[in-house]
Design a protein around this ligand. Structure first.
Ligand SMILES: Cc1cc2nc3c(=O)[nH]c(=O)nc-3n(C[C@H](O)[C@H](O)[C@H](O)COP(=O)(O)OP(=O)(O)OC[C@H]3O[C@@H](n4cnc5c(N)ncnc54)[C@H](O)[C@@H]3O)c2cc1C
Length: 377
């Protein structure tokens, strides 16, 4: 096998690209658009316990996004819930080492950021009681201007960078007065892992954000880290979506509206419903069927069976429920002869919908293709 093409811009595609490059395969990636990874919270869940496999740890280290991938972390949502995760994006505060200590939440002028309410809600959580952590809201004397609460996240983060010195000074003063061991900031501060660690050392306390809501900053940090890793790996990146994928005994052809690519193998990491990787077929028949966004001739399944639903009364997709919809995908071809197209991440019907599972399945797809086709001239 000489070359491979990976479809998708999420974490499964990135892990597959990483695995293929580690095996020395020339790899191209067709990115598509933002998918579930770009919408996720910044917490990494799922996968094998402890995500201990060496290749997963190496991948996370190369990506440079997820801190402490081999141990559990405790993170706070912006809606006032504390929860455990396997790892966190380095811009997010890990509350676990702050057990028994005080964590401050600054009153910052952001729509949807109510420090007093957030502190109360976190303090009421059973995990917080068990950890004996105390969250306290405090005021900072920094002028952000009257419009600050109405700015977009990206503009607010620019304002935070502009006001960095007075803000860090105000947080430092508060940390002394309030006897804080940590400081929890809104996602709109847009702290990269390195900035979070710089602020932490300047303040002498742990600083980081809550988890992101849908479409907030964690997804943006993933995309930056992804682009950096693809560049370092020497993966040729193409913008746009594939409209079809075909395999013969010798090669794979990926079609886009503008051109086509040929490769020895392909990884379909095109995601599920959320990213548009799986969609309703354009059909007028009574049976509704589902297809991948890149038509491949491979059949879509749910719970191991070919999947279709009655459309006699219209497309009642909602009746399936989100849980079911998210499980629609390609079945792994267990026991079949090696196939040149392998699914990974949410595009596969068999996996759990988590970042950890998507990383593992991307790496596994690369390993399977390398093992099956590495002898092919
Ligand atoms: C709102 C939300 C919050 C979540 N929170 C968490 C969390 O806190 N922790 C956790 O572990 N997991 C979380 N998940 C689940 C996790 O994000 C997903 O399981 C994981 O990101 C799936 O990665 P993936 O690479 O398989 O798919 P995706 O990230 O969806 O990537 C699929 C990619 O394929 C592209 N694509 C689609 N069709 C084509 C085509 N025809 N040609 C080329 N490219 C195409 C898409 O544009 C996209 O870039 C969350 C998911 C969502 C939606």
């Amino acid at each position: 096998m000489n070359n491979a093409i990976v479809l998708g811009g999420g974490i499964a595609a990135l892990a597959a690209s990483y695995g293929l490059r580690q095996a020395g395969v020339v790899t191209a990636c067709l990115l598509g658009g933002p998918g579930a990874t770009a919408l996720s919270s910044g917490a990494l869940d799922g996968g094998q316990p402890g995500l201990a496999a060496q290749d997963v740890l190496s991948f996370c280290a190369e990506l440079g996004l997820f801190a402490e991938p081999s141990s559990s972390v405790l993170v706070a949502t912006r809606l006032g819930v504390l929860r455990y995760a396997r790892a966190r994006d380095g811009g997010i505060l890990n509350v676990l080492p702050l057990a028994g200590r005080r964590v401050g939440i600054p009153r910052l002028p952001r729509l949807g950021w109510d420090a007093d309410w957030l502190a109360r809600s976190l303090n009421e959580s059973p995990i917080c009681a068990a950890q004996a952590t105390v969250f306290v809201a405090f005021s900072v004397k920094v002028s952000f201007g009257e419009q600050a609460s109405r700015l977009s996240a990206i503009d607010f983060s620019a304002l935070v960078q502009q006001q960095r010195e007075p803000l860090v000074g105000a947080l430092r003063d508060a940390s002394v007065v309030e006897n804080l061991a940590g400081c929890l900031l809104p996602p709109a501060c847009f702290l990269e892992a390195q900035q979070a660690s710089e602020w932490s050392s300047e303040l002498g306390i742990a600083v980081g954000e809550t988890l992101s809501g849908v479409g907030e900053t964690a997804g943006y940090r993933f995309e930056r880290a992804r682009n950096g890793l693809l560049e370092r790996l020497g993966v040729k990146v193409h913008a746009g979506y594939a409209s079809g994928v075909r395999a013969t005994d010798e090669k794979v052809t990926v079609l886009t509206p503008d051109c086509e690519f040929s490769a020895d193998v392909a990884v379909l990491a095109t995601g599920g419903w959320v990213s548009g990787g799986v969609r309703l077929s354009d059909t007028n028949s009574v049976e509704l069927s589902y297809e991948l966004s890149a038509t491949s001739g491979l059949s879509i399944s749910l719970h191991g069976r070919p999947f279709s639903a009655s459309a006699a009364w219209g497309a009642d997709v909602g009746s399936l429920g989100l849980g079911e919809l998210s499980q629609i995908g390609l079945l792994p071809l267990v026991g079949h002869r090696p196939t040149r197209i392998v699914a990974a991440g949410d595009a596969s019907a068999s996996g759990k919908r988590t970042l950890g599972a998507a990383i593992e399945s991307g790496l596994a797809a690369a390993a399977r293709l390398t093992a099956a086709f590495s002898e092919t001239p």
